[in-house]
Every structure is written in C-alpha cells, then in structure tokens.
Design a protein. Structure first.
Length: 154
C-alpha cells in the first residue's frame, strides 16, 4: 500500500488539468493502473490510486442494496467516480463537474496522507484549517493514549 504525505499548492489550467508536484509523483511512481477521483465528504475531491480504490469499493460493495440507508451510502460514495491517468507531463485531467462540486476555479491544494489525496480549493482548505478545534491537543492526547495502551496490552 502507499504511504503518501505532503501538502502541495497547485493550479488548474483552462482545460481542467493539474500538474502533480515532482515530490508527489515520486511517492506515487508505482501507480501504473491509474487513479479514481470522486467526491469527498466536505466539498472536496478524493484521489485514490487504483488499487486503493478497488479495496475501498470492495468494502462499500458489502453493503445491502435492499437497505435504504445502505443504498444511499453506496450512491453517495460512487457519485462522480472517474478513472484518471497521468499524462506524459504528470498531469491529471479533472472533470468539470467535479471541479464545480469542489468550487475549484484555479488554485487548489493537494493534501496527501495515508494512501489517498484530498483535493481542495485553496480558499476552502484555508477555511477548513481555520476551523481547527480548540481542544485538538486533547483529542490527539486521547487518540495517542489509546494507541499506546493498545500496543502495551498486546
């Protein structure tokens, strides 16, 4: 699996293409089968290497299509899902409908973590960062205490 990391400011050209920064390209150099792009939960986009997407869809496909809430979750998850490939200039062509959904006009932020990349309009990303909870250190403390306790008990 991929271990992606970094925060990158990029621009979208008039055709909807974004050039991935070379440091990010190096991290994803093993991606030969392409990517899948879809809508994120907070008016941003999610970019997954193909094999990561396949794993996530295996999980979501376990939901029961006869259950209304499950169907809604499946529909929401797959909305806008689009397969993409890097071109020879390390660019991705982002669909206009998804750029509009995420309100990306020109400036965007690629936020890479774990095995996925969030794509935000620069403005929305800065607003999201400005909404950091005041008790973030308490939240982190609880999470890290839990993971240390779990490791110690193993």
């Amino acid at each position: 699996m991929y271990k992606l990391t970094g925060e990158y400011e990029c621009k979208v050209d008039s055709k909807g293409r974004v050039r991935l920064p070379s440091t990010l390209v190096k991290q994803i150099s093993k991606v030969e089968l392409g990517f899948t792009l879809n809508r994120g939960f907070e008016k941003h986009l999610m970019l997954y290497p193909k094999e990561v997407w396949d794993k996530k869809t295996t999980e979501i496909d376990r939901l029961n299509i006869y259950n209304k809430r499950h169907r809604q979750a499946i529909r929401y998850f797959y909305r806008g899902a689009t397969e993409l490939k890097l071109d020879s200039g390390d660019r991705l062509l982002l669909p206009k409908s998804l750029l509009e959904y995420a309100d990306i006009k020109k400036d965007l932020i690629l936020f890479a973590y774990q095995s996925q990349i969030e794509i935000w309009s620069k403005e929305k990303y800065e607003m999201m960062l400005g909404d950091e909870p005041e008790d973030f250190s308490d939240i982190a403390d609880d999470l890290f205490d839990f993971s240390i306790e779990t490791q110690e008990s193993e």
